[in-house]
Design a protein around this ligand. Structure first.
Ligand code: FES
Length: 74
């Protein structure tokens, strides 16, 4: 399956480059240009390199508690 359609890079090619030492999208790009055109594949490349978890596995965002409602007194 293609990961980077701009440069025809497959998941297998990304995994092979990761096994050969590419640890970041930038390192991968220096070897095959993946992710350097439209950029839409960078998140997927990060996932394949193990740099981020896929969205389905990512923990829910922790939102700050809402600010207390101010109480005005006359
Ligand atoms: S799909 Fe990878 S740079 Fe466009």
């Amino acid at each position: 399956m293609y990961v980077c359609s701009c440069f025809g890079i497959t998941e297998q090619q990304v995994r092979e480059r990761a096994a050969a030492g590419a640890a970041t999208p930038r390192q991968l790009a220096s070897e095959c240009k993946a992710g350097t055109d439209c950029g839409s594949c960078v998140r997927r490349i990060q996932c394949l390199l193990g740099r981020v978890r896929p969205a389905a596995e990512a923990p829910a965002a922790v939102l700050p508690a809402p600010a207390a409602t101010p109480v005005y007194s006359a």
